[in-house]
Design a protein around this ligand. Structure first.
Ligand code: ZN
Length: 479
């Protein structure tokens, strides 16, 4: 067990320092008492290291307090509380992104300076929250959904069960589900399918509940949408007992569940796991093989892989869908990767680091073949496999990634391609390189294409709403 599971390290450090000083002990004296180097205790007091339970017990004994008292979540004093708050505010991506130095809130920082800094930080947070592009309701629902998915390792046992029951009811016994099988399922559930040319543009299907008819678009395959999936998603709502959604969060949850249900029918758990187990044994896990084996879209295969990878194989994963402009449309993780987020924690609409595989692929010579990359980030090294899908709204990269040590189970896990991402440090990729700036600054005049929902997401730069680096690079290529 480690302390950080329940305790904030900065608070713990502050409590420790406070107790030590109240007892009139120097760092050296306490170190001697617990048999550790003063430097080791110092990093703990500064909240920079997670102490082992045995070390904590020794410290508690030396300070003559109970372990519980040492681990209490309250700041030891008002001043300490402010110092803790400042430490957290300075670590937030919104502040890190400004590239300003961190102020150490030690004893030498005057009280009024500390109060002033905290006041400014709080105001910055408030202003950024106000400006956030994603409406509050959607933001909270998206964040909640990501938490739920992480807690369940992206695996929904009750939906797997519901899908397995449906497959059993139509005596489906082999791998992929055919069009015939889908008709059987619809009939089994008492629905008939009707393909029409005048389906409302804003719907993917409409169901007449009275006559149990499902109306579907005649031009079935608008890019990326598997017509079989649309039928199964619709049936999913009924099988899973969805009622009229009570709010946006409910709507979102139902949608995710219906999509999950459809994927669990198109790629039944038993067969999919069997397929993946063999591939893993050969150290050749590959999303495109998984896609081909079950005849689904790449994105469906990628989502389905993330449903099963952690639960069945202990492989933690992350998923992103990123537009060619570099903006996140969808992302979730249970592998600790740090997605870009605005001050409110919203991920959707944020620009991804240029060094990430999901953006590097757009620069690749052969962007439509298999693309693998290791990326060093502040949260660790990740291996990713990326694929580009073309849609009517442009090209999207679909990425499945996993921490370094799990790359060996994948085809391409031995790639030599490797980048370093230092985001949210602004010198990583949010500011154009100095040579480009010196070449083009003052000689470029891009006219922004106004797209209000993206405006707030773009990094603040020389030109509002425009990525200065892209503009300079463009001019360089033409020059
Ligand atoms: Zn970056």
């Amino acid at each position: 067990m480690t302390a950080s599971q329940s305790v904030d390290l900065v608070t713990l450090g502050q409590r420790l320092r406070h107790l030590r000083r109240t007892r009139g002990m120097t760092l050296e004296q306490l170190s001697a008492a617990v048999g550790r180097a003063p430097s080791q205790l110092s990093v703990i007091e500064n909240g920079k290291r997670e102490p082992k339970l045995s070390v904590l017990q020794a410290i508690a004994a030396a300070l003559d307090v109970s372990l519980q008292d040492l681990l209490r979540p309250e700041a030891p004093s008002r001043r300490a509380g402010l110092e803790i708050e400042l430490a957290h505010l300075q670590k937030a991506p919104a502040y890190q992104g400004l590239g300003l130095p961190s102020v150490r809130a030690g004893r030498r920082l005057p009280a009024d300076a500390l109060e002033s800094l905290i006041g400014l930080h709080r105001e910055l947070q408030r202003l950024l929250t106000e400006q956030s592009a994603t409406p509050e309701v959607a933001r909270r629902a998206n964040a909640q959904l990501r938490v739920n998915m992480r807690e369940r390792d992206n695996y929904f046992a009750e939906i797997e069960q519901a899908a397995a029951n449906v497959l059993r009811s139509v005596r489906h016994a082999t791998g992929p589900l055919s069009q015939r099988g889908i008709l059987d399922i619809a009939a089994q559930l008492g629905f008939t399918l009707h393909y029409v040319s005048d389906l409302p543009g804003s719907t993917r299907s409409v169901t007449d509940l009275r006559n149990r008819r499902i109306y579907l678009p005649q031009v079935a395959s608008n890019k990326g949408h598997d017509p079989r999936a649309v039928v199964l998603q619709t049936l999913g709502h009924f099988v899973l007992g969805h009622a009229d959604p009570s709010d946006y969060g409910d709507f979102l949850r139902q949608r995710v569940e219906a999509n999950y249900f459809a994927a669990a029918l198109l790629m039944p758990e038993t067969f999919a796991v069997e397929f993946l187990r063999e591939a893993k044994a050969d150290r050749a896990l590959a999303i495109d093989d998984f896609r081909d084996a079950f005849g689904v879209s790449y994105e469906t295969a990628a989502h389905r892989f993330t449903n099963l990878a952690t639960h069945h194989f202990g492989i933690p994963v992350h998923f992103t869908r990123v537009h060619e402009s570099g903006i996140v449309y969808k992302a979730y993780e249970n592998d600790g990767v740090q997605f870009p987020a605005d001050v409110t924690g919203a991920i959707e609409g944020q620009p991804v680091c240029r060094k990430w595989a999901s953006r590097e692929i757009f620069q690749a010579d052969d962007r439509y073949s298999s693309f693998y990359q290791f990326t060093d980030t502040a949260a660790g090294t990740y291996w990713c496999t990326v694929h580009i899908e073309s849609t009517r709204s442009g090209e999207f990269s679909v990425t499945v990634g996993t921490p370094f040590e799990h790359a060996r189970w994948f085809r391409g896990g031995d790639t030599t391609r490797r980048t370093v991402s230092r985001c949210p440090d602004p010198t990583c990729c949010r500011r154009p390189p100095a040579d480009l700036v010196s070449r083009w600054s003052g000689s470029a005049w891009p006219s922004a294409r106004v797209h209000s929902h993206l405006l707030a997401a773009l990094p603040p730069g020389t030109f509002p709403g425009v990525d200065a680096q892209d503009v300079y690079e463009f001019l360089d290529r033409r020059a």
